[in-house]
Ligand binder design. Structure first.
Ligand code: PLP
Length: 393
């Protein structure tokens, strides 16, 4: 099978599959086009579907044995695709990356401690810190006159001097689409080490980086070994988020022990047998599918930019180096988040509200372009209608 443009153009009808993106009628009323939550409107790779079907043929779904095969496949994948050497014993199996963020906060900090996040950023970074009764310190990303976004080292240094204990890094960054470069990550690591700050690196979007950019795993940096927990998953990469499987990777034995202890405390053991079958197939047999997907998404964000330029000239779209999520500044249209949201719903298109990523997201939307290109075109048409651009033409 060829995983080319025609393959991904075909998309898949997801209605009545129990998926939140299309089937949650509160979030996405009938007839609306959902371009919100980060999963994609493509079938997973055939090798994954076949592995799950094969496992389902044995009608006994008891506790799973961990024979290390999935971890080996996972480690081989990371070596092959990202040049990072991981040993299976340096990984911990989790139900999700957000679970890992919450556990890492427990391990590294105490209630009341200050935690740095780089806003705008994925909503659960905020919720995880607040739920753990830690204090959020927002260090807003900086943007230059060319729209290039960078980390705010000065704000972070001030936070560290004031006692912040942890940074939650999004690498690559959701929603602004930056694939942080080696020197940027090194500068962050240097600063963190200077002040004894730990890094929780959410690297779930690692596999979606568009040439000439490339993904730099935090754990490849010298000195990261004793202060970084990296959290990764097959969920975004292979579009299998409903299977709930992720990994924490850490090179420090003491931290690994604490992670395993926490899992034990909360009774999280074995692993979902379908997830294990799917992940093994994903990491072993789906490189070709993934390469085809990345090529398709690379075209998708270029198409999105072109459509926006044509139909919504006052929209500003952040440069896309990574992820299948586009951060769109619609402030020139003068609507706040609630007004934008309502107008989009009326026009039949659903995006993530900008404020899901922090208060500075007021007047922004996040568009998921992990879908057939025709949906990208249709979504921009509907957004133009929502903004009143259509009537002008
Ligand atoms: C940056 C980031 N981290 C974590 C997640 C969710 O991960 P999980 O479902 O494994 O908790 C997402 C989902 O969109 C994400 O964008």
């Amino acid at each position: 099978m060829k995983f080319d443009k025609a393959y991904f153009d075909a998309g898949i009808n997801r209605y009545n599959s129990g998926c939140v993106k299309w089937d949650d009628k509160n979030a996405c009323p009938d007839g609306a086009l959902p371009m919100w939550i980060a999963d994609m409107d493509f079938a997973c790779a055939p090798a994954i579907a076949n592995a799950v079907k094969k496992r389902a043929q044995h009608p006994c779904f008891g506790y799973s044995a961990h024979d290390g095969a999935v971890e080996k496949a996972f480690c081989d994948f990371w070596k092959r695709r990202h040049g990072l050497e991981i040993q299976p014993e340096q990984t911990v199996t989790l139900p999700g990356v957000v679970t890992g963020i919450r556990m890492a906060l427990q391990i590294f900090t105490n209630p009341g401690d200050e935690i740095v996040i780089m806003t705008p950023v994925y909503g659960p970074f905020f919720f995880s810190v607040k739920d753990a009764e830690r204090k959020l310190v927002e260090c807003p990303l900086l943007e230059d006159e060319n729209g290039h976004i960078t980390m705010n080292y000065a704000a972070m240094e001030t936070a560290f001097i004031n006692g912040a204990k942890v940074v939650i890094l999004c690498n690559p960054h959701n929603p602004v689409g930056r694939a942080w470069k080696k020197d940027e990550l090194e500068a962050l690591l240097k600063l963190c080490k200077q002040y004894g700050v730990k890094i929780i690196a959410d690297e779930i979007h690692a596999d979606f980086v568009y040439a000439p950019n490339h993904f730099v795993p935090m754990l490849t940096l010298d000195g990261a070994q004793d202060c970084v927990i990296s959290l990764v998953a097959p969920s975004k990469t292979f579009n299998v988020a409903g299977l709930q499987h992720a990994h924490a990777v850490c090179f420090d034995k003491g931290i690994l022990e604490k992670l395993n202890h926490l899992l034990h405390m909360y009774g999280v053991s074995s692993g979902n047998i379908f997830a294990l079958a799917a992940s093994k197939a994903a990491y072993e047999d789906c490189d070709e599918w993934l390469d085809g997907l990345i090529a398709y998404l690379d075209e998708g964000h270029k198409l999105l930019r072109k459509c926006l330029q044509e139909k919504i000239p006052k929209a500003k779209m952040a440069n896309i180096e990574a992820t299948y999520l586009a951060w769109i500044d619609l402030r020139a249209y003068g609507f706040n988040t609630e007004e934008l949201n309502e107008r989009c719903r009326q026009a039949g298109v659903i995006f993530n509200k900008g404020t899901f990523f922090g208060e500075m997201g007021n007047g922004f939307v996040r568009i998921n372009f992990g879908c057939p290109h025709v949906h990208v075109e249709e979504a921009v048409k509907r957004l133009a209608k929502a903004l009143g651009e259509e009537e002008k033409k």
